[in-house]
Design a protein around this ligand. Structure first.
Ligand code: SF4
Length: 298
């Protein structure tokens, strides 16, 4: 084992995070944690993970659940499309392979909504297969250690880092290695404030002293309505519909007034467009009988 690897393992055994999905071997439970962690902070996932699994303990139970129930249980996680994707994925696994997740990268990536990172995370965590995983935290950490980054926002292309991750991958304890790198990237070598003084591999790091802080790159402006990003309006709409009793719907005008101050008929075209997007994403259903259009969770 190299000195770098020993330092990483030592640090992890002493300071790695205790997380409920750590050490988990059930592929379905790993999958749920990975989908939740894609766009939500660990602290928030910790609040929701157990409750979600208590409701849907197996891939079959999730596949059988009503979509609206899954969306309700996703409350507080944001990016609700992931609830729909996870539900569709459970359906696909339950109906094509008897509820058993495959073990190869290709077969996993053939499932709807699973990319390379998630496929490898499942292979490593659930099946103890010796594959390196590279999420954005590991990409940043490896970029800084093995290349000289000039600013805090620089990173090597994913392809380069994946190739290097393969070279660094230890012959044993691959699962622990992957978890350790994720923790180092998430808690020590963070995007904005790397803790170089507390870093177990500082003596190996080529970027330790040289990175400049640069102004955050301004994100492209996103479509908004009355100064509020449409993404936020979509979230408010789903949140409001979650509050309805199961199977209940709401007239569109009533929904409009609930989510937009001073809603009037002039805003109906906008509301219809947003609901059209949510309907295409599988989150809501609009029922239009020609008199009073209504909407409910899908
Ligand atoms: S020394 Fe600093 S920049 Fe280098 S890996 Fe450690 S925390 Fe990151």
């Amino acid at each position: 084992m190299t000195e770098f690897q020993s330092a990483v393992f030592r640090w992890y055994r002493r300071s790695g995070r205790k997380l409920p999905w750590r050490g988990e071997r059930d592929p379905y439970r790993i999958l749920v944690s990975e989908v939740m962690l894609q766009q939500t902070q660990v602290s928030r996932v910790l609040e929701k993970y157990s409750a979600f699994l208590a409701q849907f303990p197996t891939v079959h139970s999730l596949a059988r659940a009503r979509r609206s129930h899954v969306i309700r249980m996703w409350r507080g996680m944001g990016y609700n499309n992931r609830a729909v994707r996870l539900h569709r994925l459970a359906h696909s696994v339950a109906h094509t392979s008897g509820g058993i997740l495959p073990q190869t990268e290709k077969e996993l990536m053939d499932l709807p909504g699973i990319g390379r990172y998630t496929a490898r995370a499942i292979m490593s965590s659930a099946f103890a297969l010796p594959v390196p995983v590279v999420d954005v935290n590991i990409q940043r950490f490896f970029s800084r250690v093995f290349w000289s980054m000039s600013t805090l926002t620089d990173m090597r292309p994913l392809r380069d880092v994946e190739a290097h991750a393969l070279k660094q991958f230890p012959p044993r304890n691959g699962y622990e290695w992957n978890q350790a790198l994720m923790d180092l990237g998430a808690t020590v070598c963070t995007a904005r404030t790397p803790q170089c003084d507390a870093c177990p591999v500082a003596s190996h790091c080529r970027s330790r002293t040289g990175m400049k802080r640069v102004a955050a790159i301004r994100k492209k402006s996103e479509p908004s309505f009355y100064g509020v990003p449409e993404r936020i309006h979509r979230g408010h709409i789903i949140e409001h519909l979650r509050g309805l009793r199961n199977g209940h719907s709401l007239p569109l005008a009533q929904l409009g007034k609930a989510v937009l101050p001073h809603f009037s008929d002039r805003n109906m075209k906008w509301l219809r467009r947003i609901l059209g997007q949510l309907e295409r994403d599988g989150l809501v259903r609009v029922q239009d009988d020609g008199t009073t259009p209504r909407v409910r969770l899908a």
